[in-house]
Design a binder for this molecule. Sequence first.
Ligand code: FES
Ligand code: FE2
Length: 340
Amino acid sequence: MRRPLPDAWYCVGQASAFAGNVLRAVELNGEQIVLGRDAAGALFALRDRCPHRGMALSRGGFDGAALTCPFHGWRFSTDGRCRDIPTLSEHDAADFSKIAVQRFPVAESAGFVWVNPHLGPPGEPAALPDLDFTPVGSLVVELVVEASFDLTTLSLVDPGHVAFVHDSWWFRPSKALREKRKTFRPVAHGFVMSSHATATASPVYRVLGGTPEVEIEFRLPGVRLERIAAGEKRVANYTFATPLTADRTMLTNALYWNIAGLNLLKPVARPLMRQFLTQDQQVLQHAQAGLDRKPTMVLFGQGDLPSQWYFRLKREALEAARAGRPFENPLETRELRWRS
Ligand code: FES
Ligand SMILES: [Fe+2]
């Protein structure tokens, strides 16, 4: 239960970073994975380990069709199968057709590449995040947090930390805590909260004018999708948590918009977004140090219910996978009150 869900899609980087005959090494849930795009543009994800003597295949060459291990030249096609062992003599009777590198499911959505590091039989992971509009601009910030996947993911569903951690003037002009009352309902593999932004809401919402409608969805394994709509105007603020190792998690924040004028704000928005993520990073790292000394939490009050829901959703996903049955969302529609 403490480990990240094995059968789930995790964000491993921006789709634009995977191009040409370039191999990229990524860490995912303790696994080393090499990714690339073949000459036809299809993505592939293989374990970054040559079966011969363990060499990282990402250190070798790639010609758009095959990867060449830099140690002894074994060649593998992008499906992982060994195609050639150049050091074999014609008189060598060895059959290398059974040698293969582990292959992982890989997909592209919302401008990102996603990998499912699961090795068992295919299950029913939560759907990939996608966008329901065509963006004219986007902004992406990635940050590594020295904290567990669970602790980092809880920050995506934790209303209680916002007033204390994200207290920058541009995000929370007023320091006072106010009573909040929001309805949450279950959706596939998660829950969603919809509301109208109030006049006192963050200036980030006010940039859109009017009273935008805001919808914030959380879904397994660690995905927060904030969708803001005002008439035809759309802004989406997506956050993805990716487990790199047991104690390092990557946070990816992607902001997309369909309003051409917002492109001008990009140089200003980037450092603010980085500042926002750094606030989470710093507090999470200190909290992790405390959890390392004693790994218990007291989840208390309605503001901590979404955190409890996260663990319930995760437990259900694990139990459903173990029993080989479909995932059944254990949550119910519920109104929550808290101060933030
Ligand atoms: S380690 Fe890869 S070819 Fe020898
Ligand atoms: Fe946060």
